[in-house]
Design a protein around this ligand. Structure first.
Ligand SMILES: Cc1cc2nc3c(=O)[nH]c(=O)nc-3n(C[C@H](O)[C@H](O)[C@H](O)COP(=O)(O)O)c2cc1C
Length: 379
């Protein structure tokens, strides 16, 4: 496949593994890059030393291009960005901040920067700041998708900017890839889909719950981590959202939060105070959500909260990363032919992916009941 994104990042297929804390670890990143896509290391929960070690581990596992994510708003992100620059990471994904200085320094060693955005205004600002590409995250996405759906947001931003766009939020198969390209995107990101693979570190109990859950089994609220955030619908998630956040609670939880974020407590507090009261509340909120997210990743859905996208409802199996990427590409190519037939007014062609076809008979009687035995990965 050849798109502006495959050219820009020097990859075979325009498919990206986004940064997912505790999930986008070196093994998963390398699996995606080895399969022809581009994996990003999630640096959110890592110290600068851990970030450097992880990059070196990725380089042991693959000689293909890879990336790393940096959520600029978070305390510790700047230090991690320094390591990414020193290590000359080929692609850096920045979010929640413009990062002109980072972009300039990445360009000096020939690296590329892709900025995550959820609005046209932020897309224009990121382009002006010098980003090479945009990762446009629609409403369907796990975690921090925008208020507009991918279907509307992607063409709106494609029309507004002149740099390539990667569409993200709701993509789980070749239909999604074909649709994204039709909307003017040059590639897709898949978080939920790639978090449900054999190489993913997500615990099998959590994956099992996701397999049994449908497209409506998510909650989208700014009361979980302070930003609009989509999570798996469970009693624990409803409880966390009902409870919300108060500053005294965030401060009481401070030392534990700092430990979990691998930051000295005073540094966490200084980082929070430096950003002003509104951002401070958001950070406190995000930090207290951290341990719930980690717990869910480790299989504890009684206390933990899993970030998940609506496309969990169209995912019915747990294949390898290579299989996901191969069939996404194959399906998109088949769809291209089927679309040609449809657009020319002839009959024939199908746009149902193989996995969905297999699932169809049971799915009608009891949606996703077939998923009970679907987890084949061993823990
Ligand atoms: C299990 C899981 C964990 C995630 N963790 C994070 C995270 O720590 N920080 C973040 O900004 N986004 C996180 N995301 C969101 C992804 O980076 C990406 O934006 C999203 O998954 C795209 O939508 P999709 O799930 O529909 O593909 C996570 C997503 C999933 C599925």
């Amino acid at each position: 496949m050849k798109t502006k994104i495959t050219d820009l990042f020097k990859i075979k297929y325009p498919i990206i593994l986004p940064g997912m804390s505790w999930i986008s670890v070196p093994e998963l990143v390398a699996a995606v890059s080895n399969a022809g896509g581009l994996g990003y290391l999630a640096t959110g929960p890592l110290t600068p030393e851990m970030t450097r070690e992880s990059i070196r581990r990725i380089r042991q596992l693959t000689d293909k291009p890879f990336g790393a994510g940096c959520t600029l708003l978070m305390p510790g992100a700047r230090e991690n960005a320094e390591v990414l620059i020193e290590e000359k990471v080929p692609v850096i994904n920045i979010s929640l901040g413009r990062g002109e200085d980072i972009i300039e320094r990445v360009h000096q060693y020939g690296g590329k920067v892709i900025s995550t955005v959820t609005t046209e205004k932020h897309a224009l600002a990121a382009e002006k700041a010098g980003a090479d590409a945009l990762q446009v995250t629609g409403h369907e996405a796990a975690a921090h998708g925008g208020l507009a759906t991918t279907m509307v947001l992607v063409p709106a931003i494609v029309d507004a900017v002149s740099i390539p766009v990667v569409a993200i939020g709701g993509f789980a198969d070749g239909r999604g890839l074909a649709a994204a390209l039709a909307l003017g995107a040059e590639g897709i990101g898949m978080g939920t889909r790639l978090s449900m693979t054999k190489e993913s570190p997500v615990h099998q109990d959590t994956i099992q719950k996701q397999l049994e859950s449908g497209i409506l089994d998510t909650l989208y609220s700014n009361r979980f981590d302070g930003l609009n955030c989509r999570v798996l619908k469970t009693p624990a998630a409803s409880r966390a959202i009902r409870r919300g956040m108060s500053l005294p609670r965030a401060i009481i939880a401070g030392p534990r939060i700092a430990r979990e974020m691998n930051l000295p407590f005073f540094k966490l507090m200084l980082g929070m105070i430096a950003q002003g009261p509104k951002t401070m509340m958001t950070l406190a909120h995000m930090a207290t959500a951290f341990d719930k997210i980690q717990a869910a990743t480790e299989g504890d859905l009684k206390n933990g909260v899993q970030l998940i996208g609506q496309c969990q409802g169209i995912i019915h199996d747990v294949p390898s990363v290579e299989e996901v990427i191969k069939r996404t590409v194959d399906e998109a190519l088949k769809i291209q032919k089927a679309m040609g037939v449809k657009l020319e007014g002839k009959t024939g062609g199908t746009s149902k992916p193989a996995a969905a076809k297999k699932a169809a008979p049971k799915a009608k009687a009891a949606p996703k009941a077939k998923a009970k035995k679907a987890v084949s990965k061993k823990k």
